[in-house]
Design a protein around this ligand. Structure first.
Ligand code: FES
Ligand SMILES: [Fe+2]
Length: 397
């Protein structure tokens, strides 16, 4: 049999997780943790989170979404529409997607373009954000075009991803932000291709959505009939902290088989052949929380990236799910994802989405707190980061 070594930390954490499965008990926090209801409902706390938590460096997208000069994408950085470009010198820029004339979005969707023409009055910008054309220039002849290019936000491309901040005057220090997680991310060689995008708007606080992707306790009840629940062993995980970030190690059912046996990451779905051929030794899914709003779950073929963004009220949020592939999405890899992506998107949209909204509805009624179990250690940890942020704004809850 051809032996393929699993990437990243998988070989190192597999024996720990296998032993946890053998004894039937994962990593447990020292105690349960109560999160007051107001953390999910109070507009002042939501405003404090926007000012602190969401002032942190934010993961925008995999760098390969704008692989070549001229490639661009548009997205929303929490409350800020942004245009991401790769210029002719291969440098990535993150601009506020707001025309300097009267604010219209100068680009939509994604693609490849040397120029961006605002649809309102046809002002034209290049991929470095410079304003290069104004129809009826005489109407603006007292304006210096060199000073009214697109507003650029701080950005960096590291560890295979594009990062940015919402504050244009801020500095972006990724080494400081990621700390030891930077080396961990590098150990994966994370240059991910994108095999699917799904955006959901949910009637729920953003932290309800974050919680749903920080524990496997709910898998048998919410995902019992789908590939997520059928492929994994629930409610047993390893837990490791990296500064303000963390990693869960979640066992795949094959972990108790012969250690040299090939893995079947999602048994029963009939789609695992390619994944098995790629990385037969992966029996653990590493799920990272990259503070403040990104979760990446590895898989033998790539991964899932889930991002959580607060909405205009504490009871609304958006969730962006990105299917990641380690290999270019062409040929048999594309065929795999053509079948796999709709299935995993259905799990997120039809299984996680409704239960997150249900949780949000119950909490919005204002009568109940949240009690996080010792088994929900990653939820506890993520909440502690946000609670530390809002404490700095005077909210000690
Ligand atoms: S708003 Fe863009 S050209 Fe007028
Ligand atoms: Fe789930």
């Amino acid at each position: 049999m051809v032996t393929v070594t699993a990437p990243g930390p998988i070989p190192a954490i597999t024996s720990e997780v296998r032993e946890m499965v053998r004894v039937g008990r994962g990593y447990l926090a020292p105690s349960t943790m109560r999160i007051p209801n107001r953390c999910y409902t109070d507009p002042e706390i939501a405003a404090a989170e926007m000012k602190t938590t969401f002032a942190a460096p934010l993961l925008v997208a995999p760098g390969l979404r704008v692989a070549d000069p001229g490639d661009y994408l548009t997205t929303t950085l929490i409350d800020t529409p942004v245009l991401v470009t790769r210029d002719a010198h291969h440098k990535v820029h993150v601009f506020v997607n707001a025309c300097r004339h009267r604010g219209a979005q100068v680009a939509n969707g994604d693609g490849c373009a040397r120029r961006f023409t605002c649809p309102y009055h046809n002002w034209v910008y290049d991929s470095e954000g410079k304003l290069v054309g104004i129809p009826g220039r005489e109407g603006f002849d007292d304006q210096d075009m060199a000073t009214i290019g697109l507003v650029e936000l701080p950005s960096a491309e590291r560890h295979g991803f594009i990062w940015s901040k919402r504050d244009r005057a801020a500095t972006l220090d990724l080494d400081d932000h990621l700390g030891p997680l930077g080396a961990e991310l590098d150990s994966w060689g994370m240059s991910y291709h994108v095999a699917g995008l799904l955006d959901l708007e949910l009637a729920s606080n953003w932290k309800c959505a974050l919680e749903a992707f920080q524990e496997t306790y709910h898998f048998p009840y919410v995902h019992g009939n789908s590939l997520v629940g059928q492929g994994t062993i629930s409610n047993i995980s390893s837990f490791d902290q990296f500064g303000r970030h963390h990693r869960l190690g979640v066992p795949i059912k094959t972990i108790l088989d012969d250690p040299d046996a090939q893995s079947a990451p999602y048994p029963g779905n009939g789609l695992s052949e390619h994944a098995v051929a790629s990385h037969p030794s992966e029996h653990v899914v590493a799920i990272y929380f990259i503070y403040p709003h990104t979760v990446i779950a590895s898989s033998p073929l790539g991964g899932e990236m889930i991002q959580f963004m607060p909405g205009p009220t504490p009871q609304r949020c958006s969730v962006r799910h990105t299917v990641l592939s380690r290999e270019p999405v062409v040929g048999e890899v594309a065929a795999f994802f053509d079948a796999y992506t709709p299935l995993i998107q259905a799990v997120i949209r039809d299984e996680d989405g409704p239960i997150i909204e249900s949780s949000g509805t119950g909490l919005a009624a204002g009568h109940t707190d949240v009690i996080l179990g010792r088994n929900e250690v990653a939820c506890q940890f993520a909440h502690r980061q946000v609670l530390a942020d809002i404490a700095a704004e005077g909210f000690v809850v």
